[in-house]
Design a protein around this ligand. Structure first.
Ligand code: ADP
Ligand code: MG
Ligand code: ZN
Length: 440
């Protein structure tokens, strides 16, 4: 039974997305933030190891990028902001607290358009990443090792309102967030490397008073599958008259199920308080304006242009995945229009996609010229085509008799031969007609 049919309940989803910023140095010290695949604990210092007395100094670039990202999501930027300590105990957190932002994040509010719907943003804040545990067997003993290279890497968190109404919408939203971060060039958002991490909060409505948080979603497909699974699991419980419990679950990618991890802490358990070693930060209006002036074109800007050019939706989606591809494609379409060539944008886009063009190396105008020269070399002359058809018929006696005995698909063999001997230059529409006429 689907409870949404009988009741007013509907899928209610909020996302929390963490993105590691690709700054040169870490969030609060001078260590390199480029940690992936490096020798364990080679990128550490007293600050990111949490040694007593070490003083954090905030990374200006990371703050600017977070504000720029917030601007891209239409958020309000707080002119007064601060960092806070969030306390919990775990071996990958050397200080016993994480420097994060509690009640005054850099960015609040905003929205991202997904299809026709605006998904509202709660906040975008900045914090530091934790170290990483490695579970190993050394001399027959199970041990846990800690690598602090990732400790203190700038981590931006985006939190949405519980506005998302389906697994697919959640996936589209997350993809859009990745696109925006890549367009701003502030992260590689590589989910396999963990530089983008997704968490989904799922329920059948705010009023039911519970939510289930699903972690460990390291691909857009897992995000989608986990939400689908979770909605169905909760649906079954509610249909039986049981209320799902509030908890944290993890995605098991082998079994395709979510599994319970723990009953969730409330935010009071973190004993948040202002970070005493970092003074609050004030931003002037001019500073924010100057930052906003650095905003590049965003996916939506390019999307609108491509829609105006009537490029089909499925192509737009591919083109928008890469800012350079989007920029190049639009330039190429504009070039072709300027030359007054009667090429449809769709033909140009298809050629760009099929050729897997490297947009950063491509020369504007080349695709248009290629398509035109291909078009010109197409054989349309009836006499020439008739010769080709005749040759194909001579070479394919079996296909001819098959066709005549009713196997009409045998014509594709003849068509194939015409294409082969004309090196793909025969006009397909005319050839097929000539073949049909000739075989009547
Ligand atoms: P927490 O303090 O546990 O992190 P928040 O209230 O900050 O909880 O919400 C975290 C995320 O959960 C947000 O993305 C929010 O939209 C989402 N969320 C809140 N309530 C629900 C709910 N009932 N169902 C689904 N998601 C929810
Ligand atoms: Mg949370
Ligand atoms: Zn350090």
């Amino acid at each position: 039974m689907d409870i949404s049919k009988k009741t007013k309940l509907k899928p209610t989803i909020g996302l929390e997305i963490h993105i590691e910023l690709r700054t040169k140095s870490k969030m609060f010290c001078a260590c390199s933030a480029d940690h992936f695949g490096k020798k364990a604990n080679s990128l550490t210092c007293p600050v990111c190891l949490g040694l007593p007395g070490a003083l954090p100094v905030p990374n200006k670039k990371a703050i600017e990028w977070t504000i720029l990202f917030g601007k891209a999501l239409n958020s309000r930027i707080n002119h007064y902001s601060k960092f806070d300590r969030k306390h919990y105990f775990y071996p990958d957190l050397p200080k016993g607290y994480q420097i994060s932002q509690y009640d005054i994040p850099f960015c609040e509010g905003g929205y991202v358009k997904v299809g026709d719907k605006n998904i509202n943003i709660t906040r975008v804040h900045l914090e530091e990443d934790t170290g990483k545990l490695q579970h190993k067997k050394i001399k027959d003993k199970e041990v846990s090792l800690v690598d602090f290279n990732r400790s203190g890497v700038p981590l931006m968190e985006i939190v949405t309102e519980p506005d998302i109404e389906s697994a697919d919408q959640a996936k589209q939203f997350a993809k859009k967030i990745r696109r925006i971060a890549r367009y701003l060039d502030i992260s590689d958002c590589d989910m396999e490397k963990g530089s983008m991490r997704l968490e989904a909060n799922v329920s059948w409505g705010i009023d039911l008073g519970y939510k289930v948080e699903v972690k460990n979603l390291n691909s857009f497909n897992y995000l989608k599958k986990a939400i689908e699974y979770e909605l169905e699991r909760q649906n079954k419980l509610i249909a039986k008259g049981e209320m799902p419990i509030q908890e944290t679950r993890g995605w098991d990618e082998n079994k395709n199920i979510t599994v319970s991890q723990r009953v969730k802490e409330t935010s009071a358990d973190y004993r948040y308080f202002p970070e005493p070693d970092i003074p609050p930060i004030h931003f002037t209006k001019t500073y924010i304006e100057e930052l906003s002036a650095k905003m590049p074109n965003l996916p939506d800007d390019y999307e609108n242009i491509l829609i105006e050019f009537n490029v089909p939706e499925q192509f737009i989606d591919i083109i928008l995945e890469d800012i350079h591809l989007a920029e190049y494609t639009i330039k190429e379409i504009k070039y072709s229009k300027k030359q007054n060539e009667k090429l449809s944008p769709q033909v140009i886009v298809e050629e760009i996609i099929n050729k897997k063009l490297q947009p950063q190396k491509a020369i504007v105008g080349k695709v248009t010229k290629d398509i035109l020269s291909k078009k010109q070399s197409i054989i349309k002359n009836e006499g020439e085509l008739e010769d080709l058809v005749e040759k194909a018929i001579q070479q394919n006696k079996k296909a001819v008799s098959d066709y005549k005995s009713g196997k009409i698909q045998a014509i594709s063999a003849l068509m194939g031969t015409v294409m082969a001997i004309s090196k793909g230059k025969a006009d397909p529409k005319k050839t097929i007609q000539l073949l049909k006429d000739r075989l009547k």
